[in-house]
Design a protein around this ligand. Structure first.
Ligand code: GDP
Ligand code: IMO
Ligand code: MG
Length: 426
């Protein structure tokens, strides 16, 4: 029996998960998403084309792999149909390669409206959600009011009407009476479209595959610092983005987890509200944003930028049991004279290497180490021995600080701009 490998983000999302899942897919038989929903935006580039996937796993572009959307994911039939039809139109035989768990929870039109109403009610304390109805849908799941994809085959209309009317009453109580009949029509069309996919007991599919020594890669969405338990609560998403999310979001037992690939950028970004100890408000922050094209793949929002935060990364490595690190966007720092890395925080005059409980209100001062930049264009490099010495010194410094090997380096958005080091294990 084989084990699953898990690839997940160690920062506030957008680390480059989609790109690396695509690069690693040829070594796997199955790629499975385990949490999140269309709040994700996973970008892939190859052959001069660019794709942004929201709900669909990033293993669909290589040949022969099965892709699974697991029970931990929430799907909006409207957005799923849009995304899937566009992929079908570009020649991807999606209905043959993509399977959906019966236990996926459905995002209703009224969940989106509730998301917007909740944000409005929070005023200046808003989370800055993606507005996709993620929080209200997971809330309904946990409060046992959710609608699941498998329900479409059993008294669906009745169940839908009960949920919709419940939401309409909640919206009315918040002073909102939005009109959503058009959205509802599109949503029901989306449900009909989803029925044309293979809707399965994905926990059996995955465990049977493992029994037959097939290889499974689990694709995370968002990042560890957005995890509902361990992230910068309440400025988080509503699912477990960490490694244990692969267990609950796919029905994989903890002792069936193999490699845990933790992915991070050579610096740090965040979209939406919430704390960000190493955020830069100066010219350097703007330079990182411009060079890294740091604008949200889903919402187009400007991403906040800052230096790499090793306190947060060590915490994320610990929570996830990361076995290998993958560093993205190294090329974005190619022209910098100096690179800073936050090695500890100062809180109330005391140095700490812990990510604090109250990262929101504590006055956190990052303590930086400064390293020389490599001042070399690395975007054409594809082998470890081409990397400049100053860059290798930076990598060695990070590996020592993080006590984990960095086995893949990304030097550009394209599939080809990837350096797999000899230390990589799959
Ligand atoms: P994800 O949500 O983790 O899949 O990441 P996103 O797709 O939201 O954001 C990553 C962005 O960086 C995308 O626009 C990618 O095309 C791009 N990208 C990925 N790796 C690299 C890299 O090594 N260098 C550069 N310059 N861009 C990259
Ligand atoms: P990928 O998978 C970056 C952020 C939102 C907001 C918070 C809650 O592309 O890395 P939600 O809509 O989930 O209730 O929003 O989480 N967020 C992300 N930030 N990348 C993502 O996904 C994100 N998904 C949600 O900006 O701050
Ligand atoms: Mg993204």
């Amino acid at each position: 029996m084989t084990k699953v490998d898990v690839l997940l983000g160690l920062q506030w999302g957008d680390e480059g998960k989609g790109k690396v899942v695509d690069v690693l897919t040829p070594a796997y038989d199955i790629v499975a998403r385990f949490q999140g929903g269309p709040n994700a935006g996973h970008t892939l580039e190859f052959d001069g084309k660019k794709y942004v996937l929201r709900s669909i796993p990033s293993g669909i572009f290589q040949k022969g792999q099965t892709n699974i959307i697991g029970n931990g994911v929430v799907l909006d039939p409207i957005l799923f149909k849009e995304e899937a039809e566009a992929l079908e139109a570009s020649g991807i035989p999606l209905k043959q390669i993509l399977k959906l768990s019966k236990k996926v929870h459905l995002i209703l039109p009224t969940h989106r409206l509730l998301d917007a109403a909740n944000e409005k009610a929070k005023g200046s304390g808003k989370i800055g959600t993606t507005g996709k109805g993620i929080g209200p849908t997971y809330t309904d799941k946990v409060s046992r009011n959710g609608l699941r994809l498998g329900d479409v085959f059993h008294n669906f209309e009745e169940k839908y009407t009960v949920a919709r009317d419940r939401h309409a009453a909640m919206l009315a109580a918040m002073g909102e009476n939005p009109e959503f009949s058009e959205l509802e029509t599109k949503w029901l069309q989306g449900i009909e479209y989803m029925k044309s996919f293979d809707i399965i007991d994905s926990e059996y599919e995955i465990n049977n595959a493992l029994r037959h020594n097939k290889r499974v890669l689990c694709e995370g969405a968002q990042g560890t610092l957005l995890d509902v338990d361990f992230g910068s609560y309440p400025f988080v998403t509503s699912s477990n983005t960490i490694c244990s999310g692969a267990c609950s979001g796919l029905g994989v037992a903890p002792n069936r987890i193999g490699e845990v690939y933790g992915i991070f950028k050579a610096y740090c970004t965040r979209v939406g509200s919430g704390p960000f100890p190493t955020e830069l408000f100066d010219e350097t922050g703007r330079t990182i944003r411009d060079l890294g094209h740091e604008y949200g793949a889903v919402t187009g929002r400007e991403r906040r930028c800052g230096w790499i935060d090793l306190v947060a990364l060590r915490y994320a490595i610990m929570i996830n049991g990361v076995t290998q690190l993958i560093m993205m966007k190294s090329d974005v720092l190619d022209s910098f004279d100096e690179i800073k890395a936050c090695v500890a925080y100062e809180i109330d005059g005391k140095r700490t290497d812990r990510f604090p409980f109250d990262v929101n209100t504590d006055d956190i001062k990052p303590i930086y180490e400064t390293l020389p930049g490599w001042k070399t264009d690395m975007t054409k490099f594809n082998a470890e021995n081409q990397l400049p010495e100053a860059f290798m010194n930076y990598i060695n410094f990070l590996e020592k600080e993080l006590e984990t090997p960095i086995t893949i380096l990304s030097v550009g958005p394209d599939r080809e701009q990837t350096i797999v080091r000899t230390s990589f294990r799959s």
